[in-house]
Write a protein that binds this ligand. Structure first.
Ligand SMILES: *Cc1c(COP(=O)(O)O)cnc(C)c1O
Length: 434
């Protein structure tokens, strides 16, 4: 390919605009038929057909897929996390360990049940929780750890489990980005006491809107999540509603229409993942020789669901001594965007730097933090790696999820090559000279 003038300087972009019109979720005729069948059945809610309705069928299929004994479908992944934490026995004022880099939901879910999130820095290569730093954040009030399989890469679960066992903590996996990913031969969703997945339309297993799935092997935890999903009612096989509410509950039910759509998508999840893995690894391979770029990778003991691709940069390796990594990242990102590659930030702040935490804006005058005998303040400086990752990396999202994104990723690879053939120009942009 030719290395013409950079598009950021007025040259022709490598990726034609229309090439970027990638649909996700991919809606097939089978999906349409599934939704139509549901509409025609009159089965619209979680319990209009509790034994054989779409919600129950999705739960059975997903439990089997993940390899866990039970599944409860819920209205979204965030609520799934909160219900899982509550089921695990997290109480108001308890502390929950979460990574400093994630989607905000990981840290809001504890707040929803009046628990206090405690942030642990992340690993600079995997971007997952840095297990070596968990213990220093554990206090007598710590009750649970929420490892996030960020971007689709399973967290270092053996070490997380060791720490949890030593301190008597529950593990609730945040698997919202990692459907189907495997760690040491087991699918994520089976690696803690409970796990929460998201079915949001942006995720690898999407529904036509919002949804979530909670997995557990424990009969007791399963019963608690089931009860809390529907107004505290006890729900069993052959259940007939008696309007007796045994305990605190929410209304976190999934609609049958969304269950039907997700269930239809689930039938293609493995095939899509195989295609995605092929497309993404081929794309990443073609970027390996670009000096100064750090493409994502997966350790050999686990698989990556490739939900998000995060790229690091190294200005020195790129021959741009003296250019700060953050400035190099911004210049690269702008140059790639000009070439038509939809790269962007994913998370612009580490979680402890979010205003909700810096200002302790919870419920009323400072709850849940007031429930604790300690005085709370969040210091993003305590999580320097997360802060650096946010400044010095960029991501590619969605475009690669489509199973037929291979040709598009080839174009992106050409755009990367072109930009990296003009590193002197990128360096000049980064230095602010142009
Ligand atoms: C999407 C996401 C969630 C929340 O899922 P929703 O279904 O959007 O509520 C939680 N954690 C992570 C890491 C996510 O990416």
């Amino acid at each position: 390919m030719s290395a013409g003038r950079l598009a950021i300087l007025g040259g022709e972009p490598v990726v034609p605009r229309q090439a970027n019109r990638v649909a996700w979720p991919l809606v097939t005729e089978a999906d349409e038929q599934a939704v139509l069948r549901c509409l025609r059945s009159g089965d619209f809610t979680t319990f209009s057909n509790p034994l054989a309705g779409e919600v129950k069928l999705l739960e059975d299929d997903w439990a089997r897929y993940v390899g866990s004994r039970h599944c409860v479908a819920v209205d979204n992944g965030t609520d799934g996390l909160a219900l899982a934490l509550a089921a695990a026995g997290v109480e108001p004022g308890d502390e929950v360990i979460v990574p400093a880099l994630s989607f905000i939901a990981t840290a809001l879910a504890p707040l929803h049940i009046f628990a206090v999130p405690v942030f642990v820095d992340v690993d600079p290569v995997t971007y997952n929780i840095d297990v070596a730093r968990i213990e220093e954040r554990i206090s007598p009030r710590t009750r649970a750890i929420v490892p996030v399989h960020l971007h689709g890469l399973p967290a270092e679960m053996d070490s997380v489990s060791d720490v949890a066992r030593r301190h008597g903590l529950h593990i609730v996996e945040d698997a919202a980005q990692a459907h189907g990913a495997v760690y040491h031969g087991r699918r994520v969703g089976t690696l803690g006491a409970l796990a929460a997945f998201s079915l949001n339309a942006s995720k690898n297993l999407p529904t036509c809107g919002e949804g979530g799935l909670v997995n557990t092997d424990s009969e007791e935890l399963f019963g608690r999540v089931l009860r809390s999903r529907q107004f505290g009612e006890v729900v069993g096989d052959g259940w007939r509603r008696d309007y007796v509410h045994e305990a605190l509950g929410w209304n976190s039910k999934l609609s049958s229409v969304q269950a039907a759509f997700a269930r239809s998508q689930l039938q293609r999840l493995d095939a899509y993942q195989v295609a995605r893995h092929r497309n993404v690894t081929c794309f990443l391979d073609s970027l390996r020789m670009l000096r100064g770029l750090r493409p994502p990778s997966a350790p050999s003991d686990r698989s990556h669901a490739w939900h998000i691709l995060r790229f690091g940069v190294d200005p020195e390796e790129a021959g741009l001594d003296g250019v700060p990594a953050a400035a190099f990242r911004r210049a690269l990102q702008r140059a790639l965007q000009a070439e038509g590659v939809p790269v962007r930030e994913y998370q612009t702040l580490p979680l402890p730097a979010q205003p909700v935490f810096r200002e302790l804006r919870g419920l009323g005058p400072g709850y849940p933090w007031r429930l604790s005998s300690r005085s709370w303040s969040y210091r993003p400086e305590d999580c320097p790696v997360a802060a650096r990752v946010v400044e010095e990396t960029f991501t590619l999202q969605r475009a690669h999820l489509h199973p037929e994104s291979g040709p598009l990723l080839d174009l992106y690879a050409d755009a990367f090559s072109k930009v990296f053939e003009h590193l002197d120009t990128v360096g000049r942009i980064a230095r602010g000279a142009r």
